[in-house]
Design a protein around this ligand. Structure first.
Ligand code: MG
Length: 461
């Protein structure tokens, strides 16, 4: 996606490499990732992990590969991915995070963090994969083998880094409930909200790689106990993370789940109250964010789907002198460029405190001010996903089509994104409109074009 690639990635997806333990994720693969990263980057490299039971074994394999290629390894233990990224940006030549993010407990994987703290870009990942699959990685001589030291201060440094963006006591008088889902956010989010002066209650805040309270993916159903606790404690909101705490989702003071695109829109509205700048997001994001941004006089910039494209676009815009307000995805992964160029769950939770403290309104009232949108999502399992995109491109030619990732059809009252999966024989369809009838009509139109082209349509979600 970043210019012309020499060839496609084989192992890594948009968020690192992931697999099921014992099936397609093994310590020997992770050892090779360590050897490859160590020989590609060298220097001092920090390794972190989420709370998965397989984490220590995989992190050890990764560290072995890094040391065998001469790196100085800092072992941060269990920390959120954004805390690791923050540390790389400040102190290290690169980082590696052992995590499977929101995937079930039996999964694990590795995200590679480059020198500037962003996830490693496509070009470097292709070079890294070349090394992973080659037989010729040279390890260093006995007297140049690397070392490992523990780095227990990273969580604290990150907490202080987040708090430094807000006035002292920003959360005073506010009660909040945090649900890190037994994941890496246990290490930081309760502490940082307390650091802002909030009264903090927690649920699922003991690190546990079996994830006994709920799945690492923070879904509305999984957050029912959080919602109960928010109501019982009279909290202003409940904040929940995925396994590595780069994403945060919220329930309001009435215990109602805040859809993630609405979360993005509320935070964007808050940040653009007194300032203008570009808001960056993937083409899959609700039009709600664009509406809020334009209302505030901001420019909106769309990228391909994947947080790394958002983060790097933000970084590049800023480097070119363009003011950038924020970026993010409609899944609770928000990026605050004054802090760092990556999705940051801790920063997102802190921003909600700032938002409520500044406006003096309840979260439910603020969310109620946003227009309602209807979003329809469909996945179609077909080997002809690319044909389908071409078919629809022809059918809608003459209309406003954006080709950033698949095709996005923009109409006045509705829009649709039709995108083939990069890794599976799968076509993803997303339709959104302010009016439910308009969304249904456009979805039907797309299905009819596909059916006429002999492509069977699939299950809606
Ligand atoms: Mg994650």
């Amino acid at each position: 996606m970043e210019g012309n690639l020499p060839r496609a990635k084989r192992l890594f997806g948009t968020n690192g490499v992931r697999g099921e333990i014992g099936r397609d994720m093994h310590p020997d693969l992770v050892l090779r990732i360590g050897l490859a990263l160590g020989s590609l980057r060298g220097g001092s490299i920090i390794v972190g992990r989420d709370t998965r039971t397989s984490g220590p074994a995989l992190a050890s394999a990764l560290q072995a590969g890094l040391m065998a290629t001469g790196c100085r390894v800092a072992d941060a233990g269990v920390i959120p991915t954004p805390a690791l990224q923050y540390a790389v940006g400040k102190h290290y030549d690169a980082g590696a995070m052992v995590t499977a993010s929101h995937n079930p407990p039996e999964y694990n994987g590795v995200k590679i963090i480059d020198t500037d703290g962003t996830e490693m870009g496509d070009r470097e990942i292709v070079l890294l994969e070349d090394r992973i699959f080659s037989d010729s990685i040279t390890t260093v001589a006995w007297n140049r083998v690397g070392t490992v030291v523990s780095a227990p201060h990273i969580a604290e440094e990150y907490v202080q880094g987040v708090c430094s963006h807000f006035p002292e006591g920003a959360g005073e008088g506010m009660t909040v409930v945090v649900d890190p889902g037994s994941g890496a956010g246990c290490a930081t989010t309760p502490a940082l909200l307390a650091g802002l002066g909030c009264r903090v209650h927690t649920i699922n805040a003991r690190m546990d790689g079996t994830f006994p309270g709920r799945d690492p993916e923070p879904t509305e159903e999984g957050l029912a106990p959080l919602a109960e606790m928010v109501k019982a404690t009279g909290a202003a909101f409940g904040a929940a993370h995925d396994g590595d705490a780069d994403r945060t989702v919220f329930v309001d003071e009435k215990g109602r789940f805040l859809e993630e695109n609405r979360e993005f829109a509320l935070v964007a509205r808050h940040l653009t109250r007194n300032q203008r700048g570009t808001i960056v997001m993937p083409v899959s994001t609700s039009r709600l964010v664009e509406m809020v941004g334009r209302e505030a006089g901001c420019r909106v910039d769309y990228t391909p789907v994947g947080s790394i494209y958002v983060a790097r676009r933000m970084r590049d815009l800023r480097a070119a002198g363009t003011p950038v307000m924020m970026g993010g995805e409609g899944n609770g992964g928000l990026i605050f460029p004054d802090h760092q160029f990556c999705r940051d769950g801790g920063m997102t939770a802190a921003m909600m405190v700032s938002l409520l403290a500044t406006t003096g309104e309840s979260l439910s009232a603020l969310a109620g001010d946003l227009p309602e949108m209807t979003m329809i999502k469909e996945k179609i399992r077909t080997p002809r996903a690319r044909d389908a995109v071409l078919t629809l491109e022809r059918a809608f030619s003459g209309e406003d089509l954006d080709r950033t990732d698949g095709i996005r059809l923009n109409r006045e009252d509705a829009w649709a994104l039709i995108r083939p999966s990069g890794t599976e024989p799968l076509l993803r369809i997303l339709v959104e409109a302010g009016d439910a009838g308009r969304a249904e009509a456009l979805h039907r139109e797309i299905r009819n074009h596909l059916r006429n082209a002999g492509i069977t349509t699939g299950a809606r979600s």
